[in-house]
Ligand binder design. Structure first.
Ligand code: PEP
Length: 254
């Protein structure tokens, strides 16, 4: 059975004192054992968060990285650097990186390779725009994103990949995909992976949903057959709402 994951993507939120206050409160929580919990603070707080959460079952994740290990890339942070501060998973291909910072399929492919070379896991984000959905192009768009940046990987590396389906029209908008829309796309992604790789890989890969997941809709979305948890933006910034979502992913709590 695939273990559920709930990952909080803080984006460019929480300064040091806000991060400390979150972590102080967060560490006191009772974490369900059947959910993998991850938080992705900004680069500046990764080391601090890693140190602070060392004794707790929470992974500290990066929101992005550069594809080279070192060099003249002012302002960038490499996978090698992330690894050295205790980060073992990185989010790549978030729609904000694709649209605001112009990250192409080719760049993302290089970033995926660099993350794997540095023995990190990747949460690879895919998702269509509102226009794509209106034109019923969502499956084509998502398939292309997978083919262009992930499907060059050898099957032995696929265990390090987690997919996050994040329809752009649902991110930070308060508009969520219906559980049926999420399930339909997750099933499509799993079957696309099945066609390219194998039943074993398709059945074990974890596919997260992201896009305005909140405490009141998390349980219904997470209960869909092919939804293995969530990538959470806004609602991950407060301990209370994040923990409600974490608990919604657990089979042990109502
Ligand atoms: C995200 O940015 O990955 C996200 C899903 O954001 P939100 O939950 O705020 O829609």
């Amino acid at each position: 059975m695939r273990k559920k994951i709930v990952a909080g993507n803080w984006k460019m939120n929480h300064d040091l004192s806000e991060t400390e206050s979150f972590l102080g409160d967060f560490k006191k929580q009772l974490f369900p054992e059947d959910v993998s919990i991850m938080i992705a603070p900004s680069f500046t707080h990764l080391f601090h968060a890693f140190q602070s959460l060392k004794e707790h079952p929470v992974q500290v994740v990066a929101q992005n990285m550069h594809e080279e290990d070192s060099g003249a890339y002012t302002g960038e942070v490499s996978g090698k650097m992330l690894k050295s501060v205790g980060v073992s998973t990185v989010i790549l291909g978030h729609s904000e990186r694709r649209t605001i910072f112009g990250e192409s399929h080719e760049v993302l492919k290089k970033k995926v390779d660099a993350a794997l070379k540095n023995e990190m896991n990747v949460i690879f984000c895919v998702g269509e725009s509102l226009e794509d959905r209106k034109n019923t192009n969502q499956e084509e768009v998502v398939k292309k994103q997978l083919e262009a940046s992930i499907f060059h990987l050898d099957s032995s590396l696929m265990e390090h990949i987690i997919i996050a389906y994040e329809p752009i029209w649902a991110i930070g908008t308060g508009e969520t995909a219906t559980p049926e829309q999420a399930q339909e796309m997750h099933r499509f992604i799993r079957n696309t992976i099945r066609e390219k790789y194998s039943d074993a890989i398709a059945d074990s890969i974890q596919i997260l949903y992201g896009g305005s997941v909140k405490p009141d809709n998390a349980k219904t979305i997470f209960s869909q057959e092919d939804v293995d948890g969530g990538l959470i933006g806004g609602a991950s910034l407060k301990v209370e709402s994040f923990m409600q979502i974490v608990n919604a992913a657990s089979h042990k709590k109502e």
